[in-house]
Design a binder for this molecule. Structure first.
Ligand SMILES: Nc1ncnc2c1ncn2[C@@H]1O[C@H](COP(=O)(O)OP(=O)(O)OP(=O)(O)O)[C@@H](O)[C@H]1O
Ligand SMILES: [Mg+2]
Length: 261
């Protein structure tokens, strides 16, 4: 498969501690969904935040490269990151409320975010915002545009946050536990929306989840992380049916609905 992004020998540390990510190597193809699983503290969030330059101030890239379409994005300057973020890669967070501005109506913040990336008129931006909300199957988009975040349900807020992330049609979406804060039915709906995005727009998706069952549902390949290392990375069927590592077997055994595999 044609690679969209390749992480090579990446090591990261925070402050003066030892490496939190240790020599990470992996790639993601065009139109591919990769699920990253692993216990709490294994470094999943650190890894995806590195790819969009959203690490906290104490974090440091010790070594390694992240190649995206032939360029090492780790060497990008502020301006290059600004262009890259939103246009090429976008992130969806676990809690959409932390991403949405609570004191601005959805329409206003969506239009501002679009116009930060594209030199288009307000009228055009409003149209783009509404079209994208419709793509996320939000009904009554005029009401949504005219609402403050607190006036929407958790599932609606996450749909809005995803709409804002995909408005610029990024080639890669990083999703860090995008459905963990939602009820089971909404979780499945959002998972299906993300898979739809891949089919319609050929978006690649890196999905971080505690739940290997969710990765099994959505992903083409599954990466298992432990203590800041990739311990297994293979096709979904291989990882689930015939895992290499005892640790992966333990993760699988912890998911009741997968016990039959
Ligand atoms: N800002 C920070 N400063 C110092 N250490 C940090 C910081 N953020 C994360 N860490 C440490 O890095 C390690 C990996 O954390 P990370 O958040 O990447 O794990 P995770 O796999 O996403 O866990 P979870 O499943 O709980 O979200 C942990 O040991 C954590 O304590
Ligand atoms: Mg995390």
């Amino acid at each position: 498969m044609n690679k969209l992004l390749e992480v090579k020998k990446l090591s990261i540390k925070y402050n003066s501690e030892g490496n939190i990510l240790n020599n990470i190597n992996f790639d993601i193809g065009h139109k591919e969904i990769v699920g990253i699983v692993g216990e709490s503290g294994s470094g999943k969030t650190t890894l995806v935040r590195t790819m969009i330059n959203l690490l906290s101030p104490g974090a440091k890239v010790v070594s390694g490269e992240i190649m995206f379409q032939g360029k090492n994005i780790i060497e990008y300057n502020k301006e290059q990151w600004r262009n890259f973020r939103g246009n090429e890669v976008a992130m969806i967070f676990q809690n959409p409320s932390s991403y949405l501005n609570p004191i601005l109506k959805i329409g206003k913040q969506f239009v501002e975010s679009i116009r930060n990336h594209r030199d288009i008129s307000k009228v055009e931006a409003i149209k783009k915002a509404k079209d994208t909300l419709e793509k996320m199957h939000l009904v009554d988009v005029d009401r949504v545009m005219n609402s403050y975040p607190f006036q929407l349900s958790g599932g609606m807020k996450q749909r809005v946050a995803i709409a804002m992330a995909i408005a610029m049609e990024p080639k890669l979406i990083l999703a860090d536990e995008p459905t963990s804060a939602l009820d089971v039915i909404t979780q499945t709906q959002i998972a299906n929306e993300l898979m739809d995005l891949r089919d319609k727009f050929h978006t690649s998706i890196i999905l971080v989840t505690h739940n290997i069952g969710c990765a099994a549902y959505m992903a083409d390949r599954i990466m298992v992380m432990k203590n800041g290392k990739v311990v297994e990375y293979d096709s979904k069927s291989k990882v689930i049916m015939n895992p290499e590592m005892e640790y992966t077997r333990e993760l699988l055994a912890a998911i009741p609905e997968l016990k039959g595999f």
